[in-house]
Design a protein around this ligand. Structure first.
Ligand code: NCD
Length: 305
């Protein structure tokens, strides 16, 4: 049986991305009554040790759309046996007795890989602490490249908590495959970890680190805003010191290219003024919808290959 940690560098490659994106386009165009059922008689468990709205509900919808049976633990850190001191490995081996797929979100970096190591189910990383969030990366890049947009040389500006933001860690790794140019905007204390810059160097991706977007926002083809990840901070004072670093308003958007795209993995706190939502460049709610189709494409791929 295949075992996938779905950690970006180990798993995704450009041909696979193109395949998944084409399939996501097909799912988006399909009448739901025509969805295939490659997961019928298969059980997939969702195991979320951290809060989630979009990732969990889109996976759970995708599993059921494809004919799979869903089992889940509400608030796994509170209501699974982890609360009684069970190790992640033991919990996973238990779920493995019931399910052929496990979608896991957990606060520790590397947790999905640990789960995959003790499981012969398909393990999908739905966010491991401040590490990765590969399926969000997938839907982010799908949204950026939609309708035949060639990302090569396009300027993707990523703003916010680049240290802790797992979505952007995955998105940036996938953008390497598309040879986009990267503009990194963060307070000095929340810069992108060195290991990602090393990857850019390794694959000859051009990048620039900035403290603010003032002059450069007008050059961005994609503006990817992110939330300051409060739950990863050691103290409230540390968070308060940076929490209001960025707030996108229509005054900024007016300086942007008319065909630029504004994305956000959501949830947003204060970093995008809701007045921006009605601007056609704001695509974050379409991004949410794309997440369903991309996750359907990924699950179908895992269960049919
Ligand atoms: C993000 C996450 O959980 O990493 N949300 C998501 O999955 N779309 C982003 C965040 O919490 O800021």
């Amino acid at each position: 049986m295949l075992t996938h940690a779905v950690a970006t560098e180990d798993f995704f490659n450009k041909p696979l991305l193109e395949l998944l994106f084409k399939r996501a386009d097909e799912f988006a165009a399909m009448d739901p009554v025509d969805y295939p059922k490659p997961l019928s008689h298969k059980t997939v468990a969702t195991l979320f040790f951290e809060p989630s709205t979009r990732t969990r509900l889109s996976f759970e919808t995708a599993i059921q759309n494809l004919g799979g049976q869903l089992i889940t633990v509400d608030n796994a850190s509170e209501f699974s046996s982890a609360k009684k001191g069970e190790t992640l490995e033991d919990t996973i081996q238990t779920i493995n007795a019931y399910a052929e797929g496990i979608v896991i979100r957990h606060p520790e970096v590397g947790s999905a890989k640990r789960a995959a190591a003790v499981s012969n189910a398909h393990v999908v990383n739905a966010g491991d602490g401040a590490g990765d969030h590969p399926t969000q990366g997938l839907l982010d890049v799908y949204t950026m490249a939609k309708d035949g947009v060639d990302l090569k040389g396009k300027k993707v500006m990523v703003v916010g908590d680049l240290l802790n933001g797992r979505t952007l860690h995955s998105t940036l790794q996938l953008l390497i495959l598309y040879e986009a140019e990267i503009l990194l905007v963060a307070p000095p204390s929340l810069r992108l970890p060195r290991k990602y810059l090393d990857l850019f160097d390794k694959y000859k991706i051009s990048y620039t680190q900035l403290d603010n977007w003032s002059n450069t926002i007008a050059e961005a083809d994609v503006l990817y805003m992110t939330r300051i990840q409060q739950e990863r901070f050691a103290s409230q004072a540390d968070y308060d010191a940076v929490k209001d670093s960025f707030r996108l308003t229509m005054d900024d958007v007016r300086h942007m290219k008319s065909e630029a795209v504004i994305l956000h993995p959501l949830p947003r706190v204060n970093e995008i003024d809701p007045a921006v939502d009605s601007d056609p460049r704001a695509q974050y709610f379409n991004q949410v919808k794309n997440g369903l189709y991309v996750r359907m494409a990924l699950l179908e791929h895992l269960f049919t290959n």
